[in-house]
Design a binder for this molecule. Structure first.
Ligand code: SAM
Length: 252
């Protein structure tokens, strides 16, 4: 992306998020917030199935509220007012809308997704709810395309098994995280072909890029899944694309 395109993208997103003319959401394309990182071809492909993108959400919001999924994430990840949180694979924005209220006027929520249609629908929802601290960002399957050192916390909820290029995606996500930031991944401990990610596989794929697991929680609630918390690698700790070795799994 040329510098002029980057500036145009940033202005478009600022307009979309903060301008009184936010009603014109469809007139402004929701686009990338940062230039491309490393291309997918530099990384190994995952040696396991990748689940198809089939829906912008997991179960109903009512079911999720019954066990306070968003509140659990906020507590376990110590999300506080004033922080910047990235909802990567935000879909219909279950966590985006709830966490944006917690972050308050001094904080910022970045709802990111690879499916433009889901982002358009989420833009309407944000407008309807008058949430002024939410920005929208388009990503690519191998690259979240988020600004450098912008996030205190990234949440990846029921989406990791759909990431087509996990090694490139994790590599390109790392620079968007501030020093001391955490990545919280929520998923079900079952094969990727069944819309989950076995814990051993998750740990292996994150470690392959240089992420370190720092906590693991079982979320309270029926079929709520796990929350695995990782610390991203620094620039020096991040594995070089050619040194990354794909993890093996029995799930094929
Ligand atoms: C099952 S939905 C979950 C949405 C939301 N996180 C939730 O918990 O309700 C998975 C979402 O991940 C998105 N997605 C899949 N691959 C992605 C990628 N590589 N980067 C960002 N989003 C992705 C899909 O478009 C979809 O919106």
């Amino acid at each position: 992306m040329r510098p002029s395109s980057v500036i145009a993208a940033l202005i478009a997103t600022a307009l979309l998020t903060f301008a009184p003319g936010v009603g014109r959401v469809h007139a402004i394309e929701i686009t990338y917030l940062a230039p491309p990182g490393e291309p997918a071809r530099a990384f190994p492909k995952p040696e396991r199935p990748v689940a198809e993108i089939v829906s912008p959400s997991r179960s109903t919001e009512r079911q999720r509220d019954a066990f306070d999924e968003s509140g659990q994430l906020a507590r376990l990840l110590a999300i506080r007012p004033g922080m910047t949180v990235g909802d990567i694979g935000a879909g219909s924005g279950y966590h985006t809308v709830r966490l944006s209220r917690l972050l308050g006027g001094g904080g910022r929520m970045i709802a990111q997704d690879v499916t433009q249609e889901y982002l358009n629908q989420l833009a309407e929802r944000i407008k309807r709810l008058k949430l002024s601290n939410v920005g929208l960002a388009l990503g690519e399957p191998h690259d979240p395309r988020l600004p450098a050192a912008s996030l205190d916390v990234a949440i990846l909820v029921h989406m990791y098994h759909e990431v087509a290029q996990p090694y490139a995606f994790l590599y390109n996500l790392a620079p968007a995280l501030k020093s001391g930031a955490r990545v919280g991944i929520v998923d079900l401990d079952r094969p990727t072909s069944q819309h989950g990610t076995p814990l051993e596989l998750l740990r292996c794929e994150l470690a392959a890029v240089g992420y370190r697991q720092i906590a693991l929680h079982q979320l309270a609630g029926d079929d709520a899944g796990y929350l695995a918390v990782f610390s991203p690698p620094t620039h020096a700790e991040r594995k070089r694309p050619r040194d990354i070795v794909a993890c093996k799994t029995a799930d094929r």
